[in-house]
Structures are given as C-alpha cells and as structure tokens.
Ligand binder design. Structure first.
Ligand code: RP5
Length: 161
C-alpha cells in the first residue's frame, strides 16, 4: 500500500471515501483505517510510527471537530501528511479546519478544503506527490487534467445543457 487513509471516526468515511475514489482513478493502492487521536491515542502512535517501514509514502488524515489527528500523525512520522477537515455538525467544519491548518513551525501538515472536495483533492495531491517519482502515474494525472479542461471547453455556455 502506497497511501494510508485514516480518519477519526467511522462517521468520517462518507467524506474520506472521496480520497479513496480519487486514488482508485489512478490505480494507486491504499489502506483505510479508523485511528482516533483522542479515543485510540496509542494506535495513532503505532500506526504513524510504523507507516514508513510498512511502505506507506503519503498519509491522508481526516477528522472533524477538535481535529488533532493530522497534526499528531505528522508528529509521529516524517512522511507527508495531508489533512482533511471533515464538516462537523455544530460548526460546519470551521472547527476542523482551524484545528488542522494552524500547525506550529517545524511540523508540517498540508491542509485541504473542508469536506468532500478537500478529501478528493487530498487523494489527488497524494497522487501528484507519488507521481514525482513515477512517470506513468504523472501521465495519468496529466490525462485527468486534460479531460477536465476538455469538458469545460466543450460547453462554455452555462445556459445550455
Ligand atoms: C472526530 O469527531 C471524528 O473525526 C469525527 O469527525 C467527529 C465525530 O465523531 P463521532 O462522534 O461521529 O464518532 O474525532
């Protein structure tokens, strides 16, 4: 497995599935697991601490509310960690975003947008990171982007279906 997709709760899966779907588009192998910074702190330490030696190259971590999972994951591994703020009920994900994005200098988390788009883009960014050392994967990403461009240019008038 090249990518680890972890999340604070099973309830985060509908959001985080967007990251998995994006990786599927590119044929990238990944593992998925619930790992909670608060409910299973030792599992988080074990997971992040062993990820590199297990062959993981990028970790995508999604959490909502007091979302400490991406930051704590980054504390336990030097692998790139992409943080996805899951949209919370009470504060619509602003709590998740601010919990993830304001990392102190010296421990990096790449923070994506709140919710489904952020999760999908985390998958895309993970693919782009892996593609820096995989020309075939880079070609697939170039093709994905070219197709998006074609779709927009083929129907430039928004009032026409
Ligand atoms: C966070 O608390 C999880 O990432 C989730 O987004 C949120 C709510 O979790 P549940 O109460 O649904 O398990 O840790």
């Amino acid at each position: 497995m090249k990518v680890g997709i972890i999340m604070g709760s099973k309830s985060d899966w509908p959001t985080m599935k967007n990251a998995a779907d994006m990786l599927d588009n590119f044929g990238i192998t990944y593992e998925t697991q619930v790992v909670s910074a608060h409910r299973t702190p030792q599992l988080l330490a074990d997971y992040a601490g062993s990820a590199a030696e297990r062959g993981i190259r990028v970790i995508i971590a999604g959490a909502g509310g007091a979302a400490h999972l991406p930051g704590m994951t980054a504390a336990f591994t030097s692998l790139p960690v992409l943080g996805v703020p899951v949209q919370s009920k009470a504060l619509k994900g602003m709590d998740s975003l601010l919990s993830i994005v304001q990392m102190p200098k010296g421990v990096a988390v790449g923070t994506l947008a709140i919710g489904d788009a952020g999760a999908a883009n985390a998958g895309l960014l993970a693919a782009q990171i892996l593609a820096t050392s995989d020309d075939t994967l880079m070609e697939k990403i170039d093709a994905f982007r070219a197709k998006q461009t074609e779709i927009v240019l083929a129907r430039p008038d928004p009032s026409v279906d």
